[in-house]
Design a protein around this ligand. Sequence first.
Ligand code: ADP
Ligand code: ZN
Length: 219
Amino acid sequence: MHRLVVSMKLVIFGPPSAGKGTQAQKLSKQYGIPQVATGDLLRKAVADKTPLGLKIKSYLDQGKLGPDEVIVQLIKERVAKPDCKNGFLLDGFPRTMGQAKELERMTDIDLVLSIVVDFESLVERAVGRRTCPKCSAVYHIKFNPPMNEGICEKCGSKLIQRDDDKEETVRNRLKVYQEQTAPLVEYYRKKGKLVDIDGSGGIDAVFAQMVKAISHLKK
Ligand code: ADP
Ligand code: ZN
């Protein structure tokens, strides 16, 4: 394991169920920076019934994006915490051009890792996804099954299928992605910050590409 002395601010990018969370958890462990996952923060706010959670629940249930100002506020608070001072890994943010502009005002990003996967694989990955409601670990019934069926390897909780991983919601989330988030790929590419990652292979093959891209950054 090689930790970085300087801070490293990464964005992990890609359509829903491309493998962002899976890779972010591995990168976080490898480089010792926290994974800031908007989806997890939002789902937790909903589960805890915080004022923000109540405001956002109906959006999530429909596969829609939450309002920019709510999401931006959530991220601002999160990256201000002490564990983010040596960098962080954004997973699920930014999702709109408005959020990207806000992020730019907030901080300088070093690298955007953009995972590319074809449409039908995305649906298959989403529908087979199982998540741990307690520690947010991510599994797949076929591609990354836990040692004991239905049980989280990390904390022993019973795994669940997320409400927004039902096939119809998945297709809606993919459509929203095409319309609102996909344009950000070109935005970051023009800035010279983006690396394409072929996400069609297995989890370890995808991870190896990410580590390689990050190693170029350090030189
Ligand atoms: P995202 O955070 O982009 O929505 P996840 O990391 O939750 O995506 O991955 C979606 C699903 O696909 C999960 O069930 C995960 O276990 C599985 N998965 C992730 N990466 C791969 C891969 N390279 N090959 C096959 N399945 C994968
Ligand atoms: Zn767990």
